[in-house]
Design a protein around this ligand. Sequence first.
Ligand code: PLP
Length: 384
Amino acid sequence: MRPLNATISAIPPSGIRRFFDIAAEMDDVISLGVGEPDFVTPWRIREAGIYALEHGYTTYTGNAGLPRLRELICADLASRYDAHYDPGTECLITTGVSEGLDLAFRVLLNPGDEVIVPEPCYVAYQPCVAFAGGTPVGVPTRAEDGFVIDVDAVEAAVTPRTAAVLIGSPANPTGAVQPPEVLRALVELAERHDLYLLSDEIYDRLTYEGTHTCLGAVPGARERTVVLGGFSKAQAMTGWRVGWLAAPAPIAELCLRVHQYTMLCAPHVSQVAAVEALSNAEGDVAEMVADYDRRRRVFVKGLREIGLECPEPAGAFYAFPSIRTSGLDAETFAERLLREEAVAVVPGSVFGPSGEGHVRCSYATALPQLEQAVERIGNFLRRL
Ligand code: PLP
């Protein structure tokens, strides 16, 4: 047989999967493994989806997505972040941020271009760069710095092939929120070296400490920045597959060109539900965010009490404690914790080399389970 695509063959399967497979065969596992809300989509949003189905909204929409949804997204960006995009030419509805990442890299990169990706980072970032023919260049961030991006380290990684820098804030897996001064410095760096910026802001509403800054609102950023957002996390809509991309018209136009041939449009029913999410569900979102925040405080305090150092997770719904005092590497720690105490976490090394020595724990889990998980992790550590 002829060889399959070499770039894709060279990318290993996600390291998270293996732990799900082990956990699936065990009883009584407390899973802190999945990066997914434990809430069902708020009822009013589901009801809008039911309405859409009942009324036969089962067709394609226009390629760019429902005009009303694009208007709401742009109005939301303007009112919350003072970031201004034209719903007609600068906003595109995608099948989740996942598609937005894929589109943006395909449009921004030429073969062999490099993309600087601060890590540890979301597992899809580096593969998406590679799928688009680019080369991801990881730049470590450090727990001692709260996983804030070291702009000098980013600058040191710039080469004549560098085309873009990817920023995810609030971040998966660390929960770090990049402060405005770091974002400003990254924009200045991008201006100096003529780079694009790609900003994954899927966790924007899940910011507990400090405030979220939309990169598109940072002076100088707009013309070279693609902002990605969606409904999966704050609105608990992972399965609906709907998100958005905002970018200056020439970039958005090319993203639309790829999208119209590969995806046609995001699911119609989900777009109607997303209209409801932005129109009437902020109260539901606020309740979920307050709940995550409560869990975050209890969980992080619990981890610290059993002796694990845990950088303050300011956003998203992940804690990323150091497990170095255990003397185990992250993979061994996660596997033994699962087999011996039935708690599923993800080894930090899955998110990049600088994630070694940490594990990712999602606190999108009910409080009693989080408390029990802390107890079990404590038992595990004491036995070592
Ligand atoms: N970006 C980050 C940082 C994520 O953590 C995830 C999902 O875990 C995604 C994007 C995928 O988002 P979506 O469901 O909108 O495709």
